[in-house]
Design a protein around this ligand. Structure first.
Ligand code: CO
Length: 459
């Protein structure tokens, strides 16, 4: 039996370990080897990479995608898309979502893994539809969480709903690495019998359950798993590619991976990892195994962000208290899965509750959540907080994007020459201030280059 392996070093692994700070120049030299190694797909775009390219790395994310595609023509490129949120933290109108998908497809994206943080599939239907129109592969996600409202029957029904929407495969997204082997086995079995689609499993090594859970999932018929090359594996990232490849081969499964090339890839990343350890961006804390997370249910990215936030405020010693407050906030919000943007919302609110007092300061995003602007909460929300936030107004019950006016053409006209192409307009819509700064820096860099060339000519 074949087990498909997706390599996450270019997206989730570096997002989870080094806050998505891996520049293109660092990994450019290994792209051809990655393309030849036999992966099912390379997860390399979407998630936080888009924001990080513009905000921290002075890179055009669209150009990054084109450059990866040029060096990896064989292996399908994969991205993570937050449905109606695209890659940002709020809902965007349908015209923006559709054009974003189309442009991503045009620039080289092959597999679109699409999720909604609340598993409210009304928030992914437009993106799913557009991927299908572009003739690309659409993978519908179920965000995994445990709570009194997340039952096996509910998950099986979600799989059916995704299949009815036309997705070509399903991914169970265990952001926090909290899924145990038996849960994985039961869940894969349930989805395999409620749908006829391939089922993929995404987890993190945070709690140490990852590899065991993967093996049991595969025994239940799981078609593919996400792994990270060992230098960037473990802790809050994925379980190691080489380890899973070794174990699966021993158990008689085919992965199609070339172990010698995996070694080359891993050797390539060794000095890169060392660089990030030396400059402090890779905090060894995130590399450890945290069984406590089985109680707190905090995803890797969220954990490293919380740690960084508290460190910046000089409140690093409050981490345990904040982690203990997370399940309380989650309950008040009706048990949302902790994934972007909910992970950040719950994390920030839990931090506020610990540092300033319980709900003394309710963030703008949590208020919007109670107003129904993110979609349906999986369970009942805390009625007292809801009442405080709503102040007598009615919450939104329709698909929130139905309340939004088209934005692309209007924004394009406003930007004028600042935006050189539709991709620029989309970058701006997703991250206005950050994109504006990026465009200005780009202009300046280019005018310097021009001056330099002219001076050279005059010499
Ligand atoms: Co992940």
């Amino acid at each position: 039996m074949k087990v498909n392996i997706t390599e996450t070093v270019l997206r989730d692994a570096q997002q989870s370990l080094i806050a998505t700070r891996l520049p293109f120049a660092d990994f450019e030299g290994i792209l051809e080897t990655l393309d030849n190694a036999g992966y099912y797909s390379l997860e390399c775009w979407g998630g936080a990479t888009f924001d990080s390219c513009l905000r921290f790395l002075d890179e055009d994310p669209w150009e990054r995608l084109r450059k990866i595609k040029a060096k990896c023509p064989k292996t399908p490129l994969q991205m993570l898309l937050r449905g109606q949120n695209i890659l940002g933290y709020k809902h965007y109108p349908d015209d923006v979502v559709r054009l974003f998908v189309r442009k991503a497809a045009e620039n080289g994206m092959d597999i679109f893994r699409i999720f909604d943080a609340l598993n409210d599939f009304r928030n992914i239907e437009v993106a799913v539809d557009e991927v299908l129109k572009c003739g690309k592969h659409v993978q519908g996600c179920i965000c995994y969480a445990t709570s009194p409202v997340h039952t096996l029957e509910k998950y099986a029904a979600m799989g059916k709903e995704l299949e009815a929407m036309g997705v070509q495969s399903i991914c169970i997204k265990d952001m926090a690495g909290i899924m145990g082997p038996q849960e994985a086995y039961d869940l894969i079995k349930a989805l395999k019998s409620s749908t006829s689609l391939p089922v993929f499993l995404h987890t993190h090594a945070t709690t140490g359950l990852g590899p065991i859970t993967y093996v049991k999932a595969i025994e239940a018929g799981c078609d593919g798993i996400d792994c990270a090359i060992s230098q960037f594996s473990g802790g809050t990232a994925q379980p190691a590619t080489e380890t899973l490849n070794y174990a699966l081969n021993q158990l008689g499964y085919e992965t199609g991976l070339d172990a010698a090339l995996l070694k080359d890839i891993n050797d390539f990343f060794a000095p890169i990892k060392k660089k990030f350890l030396d400059d402090g961006l890779l905090n060894p804390y995130v590399l450890g195994t945290k069984a406590d997370i089985l109680t707190y249910q905090v995803p890797g990215g969220m954990l490293s962000n919380l740690l960084k936030q508290l460190k910046d405020m000089g409140q690093e010693d409050k981490l345990d208290e904040v982690l203990a407050e997370v399940p309380n906030v989650r309950k008040d919000l009706g048990y949302p899965p902790l994934v972007t943007p909910l992970a950040q919302m719950v994390g920030t609110q839990a931090t506020n509750n610990v540092l300033l007092g319980k709900y003394k300061n309710i963030t703008k995003e949590v208020k919007a959540y109670f107003k129904g602007e993110y979609g349906r909460a999986p369970g009942e929300v805390n009625p007292e907080i809801a009442e405080r936030v709503l102040e007598g107004t009615e919450p939104v019950t329709c698909r929130f994007a139905d309340t939004l006016e088209p934005a692309f053409e209007k924004t394009k006209a406003e930007l004028g020459k600042t935006a050189r192409c539709d991709e620029d307009v989309l970058s701006y819509i997703a991250f206005p201030q950050v994109a504006e700064k990026f465009f200005a820096a780009r202009e300046e860099k280019e005018s310097n280059t021009v001056n330099y060339t002219i001076e050279k000519k005059e010499d």
